[in-house]
Design a protein around this ligand. Structure first.
Ligand code: FAD
Length: 338
């Protein structure tokens, strides 16, 4: 059992700034927004941690999104993400500067890195949090996430070890506004890396062509569920999405029926989305679906059952048969938008 580190002077909130090829994953900015609130509640500094090669140009962006400080480690070995050197860099920074909270995006990279870092540090890690708050009395991080198949929300505390580590999926937290002229402190840390310790060699990077869907970045999503009834009926949703410049989405039932591929699934075991407008069409509103879309700005539900739970989270509800409602909406939007 690792030694108790809760009362040994760990202070400050850190966000790991995930970048690939110099492009920052938007979830890192979202986490800076959440981290700012936590740091203010604790009365401590918010810092971003930037690892890579040739990434110093991103430092001003990290300040602009709310960090007071940036820890920057640059090295050719960090040029491509590989677990061992990234974990070593982050672990060393944590041991040296001792933050009380460390947040990472629940992307594939963040999930890989957070597990390794938490293990090396012997601390706890709460994955896929949907809310992060501070208990003003104990100063502990309250890490809330769905548990037991999404049927309860559990709040998890890491009382005895530091840092308190959590991951959050893209789009769960709102995007903070960017403050152009905001400046902070830069702490450049030199570490000696050698290529052999990376253990993995990057031979070639192949850009993914025809990248399926960026549901988590879509501004308008037209999602269908079991109520759509068939693959052919999804044409109706496709037409609506086409008129609005939106993206299709699906409930798990629609994916399991084979009407859309799995990358379109919204929800607990799919993607978390936060569009400006989310159409839930023939979707009942199971909790596992709701956790993936209920923070959308506007939710339009179309369902022939007026008691469907989706109406509880809907901004606008239309009770009716989707086969009549959806074409009527498409025609009306087409008329308005042309
Ligand atoms: P149903 O619940 O069958 O709802 C269909 C709706 O369509 C009904 O409300 C019905 O009134 C309406 N309808 C029918 N005909 C029409 C019509 N002609 N016009 C208008 N409305 C009509 N689900 C997800 O979506 N995403 C997840 O990530 C996810 N993860 C899960 C993880 C776990 C561990 C578990 C246990 C479940 C998960 N599920 C997930 C499944 C979830 O519990 C529900 O089973 C699923 O969301 C139901 O999909 P649905 O709303 O499309 O279907």
């Amino acid at each position: 059992m690792p030694a108790d580190t809760a009362n040994t002077g760990y202070r400050g909130v850190w966000v790991f700034i995930e970048q690939v090829g110099g492009e920052v994953a938007p979830v890192s900015w979202e986490l800076l927004g959440a981290g700012r609130q936590l740091a203010d509640a604790l009365g401590v500094e918010l810092a971003g941690v930037l690892l890579g090669q040739g990434v110093a140009g991103l430092v001003t962006e990290v300040w602009a999104y709310g960090a007071d400080k940036v820890y920057l480690v640059e090295d050719p070995v960090l040029g491509f993400y590989r677990t061992a050197p990234y974990a070593r860099a982050l672990v060393r920074l944590v041991k040296q500067y001792q933050p009380e909270i460390l947040l990472l995006g629940a992307t594939s990279l963040g999930r890989d890195l957070s597990g390794a870092v938490a293990t090396f540090l012997g601390t706890g890690l709460t994955a896929d949090c949907t809310s992060l708050t501070i208990d003003p009395e104990t100063r502990l991080l309250e890490q809330t996430r769905p548990a037991f198949g999404g049927n309860v929300m559990a709040t998890i505390l890491c009382r005895r070890h530091r840092p308190q580590m959590a991951t959050v999926r893209p789009r769960v937290m709102p995007m903070p506004s960017r403050q152009e002229d905001r400046r902070g402190e830069l702490v450049r840390v030199d570490m000696a890396f050698n290529e052999a310790e990376a253990r993995v060699e990057v031979i070639e990077v192949i850009e993914e062509k025809n990248k399926a869907v960026y549901l988590d970045r879509a501004e308008i999503i037209v999602a269908g569920g079991r109520g759509v009834g068939s693959k052919e009926n999804f044409r109706l949703l496709e037409e609506l999405a086409g008129v609005l410049g939106g993206t299709l989405g699906a409930s798990r039932a629609a994916v399991e029926a084979g009407w859309l591929p799995p990358e379109y699934q919204v929800g607990q075991t799919g993607t978390t989305v936060r569009p400006k407008v989310y159409f839930a069409i023939g979707i009942s509103g199971a909790v596992q679906h709701l956790v993936g879309m209920q923070t959308s700005d506007v939710i339009v539900a179309i369902n022939n059952d007026s008691q469907a739970p989706i109406f509880k989270v809907a901004t606008y509800g239309i009770v009716g048969d989707l086969r009549q409602v959806v074409p009527a909406l498409t025609a009306e939007f087409r008329r308005q938008l042309v």
